[in-house]
Design a protein around this ligand. Structure first.
Ligand SMILES: [Zn+2]
Length: 65
């Protein structure tokens, strides 16, 4: 999947496309190949489940909060 960010390049004002490779997400300018790593997009990944192996407790209703 490729997303576009038009005229987002700080260098030439060109159009970025947003894509990902092994290193993660990045934006790259079509015109000048200026590249920005998008570390902040990590938060869009599926949330990490803490713990695990406690599925039995999930069926119970939480009384207190
Ligand atoms: Zn550019």
């Amino acid at each position: 999947m490729v997303m576009w960010r038009l005229k987002g390049c700080p260098r030439c004002g060109g159009d970025f496309y947003v894509s990902c490779d092994m290193d993660g997400w990045f934006e790259q300018c079509l015109q000048c190949s200026y590249r920005i790593e998008l570390k902040s997009l990590v938060e869009f990944k599926e949330p990490v489940l803490s713990g695990g192996g406690d599925r039995a407790g999930k069926a119970k209703k939480v009384k207190s909060k």
